[in-house]
Design a protein around this ligand. Structure first.
Ligand SMILES: [Zn+2]
Length: 243
């Protein structure tokens, strides 16, 4: 498969920052903002490198438009760092992890509420046993400027930012928008957050034309999830005995 990559090679030394969008299909804001950012950044204004992958999972983005890949029904954000000898989605995760994410000095993965998903904007990150790393990651999460910051108490699992954290890469998840929306205002919200993040990381000067942050970040602990019952189909009513 062809995976689009944008490299903005800065005119001065600095960190390598990696951004991925389109890990899931049906989440358009991250892909839109990532592609626009690639067109807006000028190398002479950049210290370091910004590596942007706006569509990291092309089958899910172009064919399925869902969180799972139409190739094999696998959610790629549950299988990082991937398996080069596994199925198609595990192999894609392994390629992305080895060639795009590894070697980053900072990593942000861009998501939204998908077509069938109601979601509030938030920034997520994982705690590790490394306090210095956790401090860097928390500062990145706050720099985005969103009100809600959720942290998981460990870095287990197959999310790309969790797998990156296990490799000592400061890594965050940024969720913007919901229900598969493609509202330019939501893209602007995320772009502003990415400019603040790049400024925080020392990649760009204080950005102009970025909305001032009017909220205090508030931290929440990721504790668990619940799944709602499926809706009744036609005239049938759902009951545990019939399933
Ligand atoms: Zn997602």
């Amino acid at each position: 498969m062809d995976i689009p990559l944008i490299l903005v090679n800065g005119s001065r030394p600095g960190p390598r920052v990696v951004l991925t969008g389109g890990i899931h299909g049906g989440e358009f804001v991250g892909t839109d903002a990532a592609a626009r950012l690639g067109g807006l950044l000028e190398p002479e204004d950049v210290s370091g490198q910004v590596v942007i992958c706006p569509v990291a999972n092309p089958p899910a983005v172009y064919d399925g438009r869902l969180g799972k890949s139409p190739l094999d029904g696998v959610n790629i954000n549950r299988v990082f760092p991937g398996d080069p000898d596994g199925g198609p989605t595990e192999r894609l995760a392994a390629w992305l992890f080895e060639h795009v994410i590894s070697g980053a000095d900072a990593y942000a993965d861009l998501h939204s509420g998908g077509i069938d998903e109601t979601l509030l904007d938030f920034v997520g990150y994982r705690l590790t046993s490394d306090e210095e790393l956790d401090g860097k990651t928390r500062a990145m999460a706050h720099a985005v400027g969103y009100e809600r910051v959720l942290f998981g108490r460990n870095a287990q699992g197959g999310n790309s930012h969790a797998a990156a954290a296990r490799q000592s890469i400061p890594a965050i998840l940024i969720e913007t928008g919901q229900l598969g929306d493609r509202d330019p205002d939501r893209t602007r919200t995320l772009l502003d957050g990415l400019y603040r993040l790049l400024h925080h990381l020392g990649v760009i000067e204080a950005p102009q034309h970025v909305a001032p942050v009017t909220v205090q970040p508030r931290e929440w602990v990721w504790t668990g999830h619940v799944t709602s019952r499926p809706p009744a189909c036609g005239t049938r009513t759902w009951s545990p005995a019939t399933r």
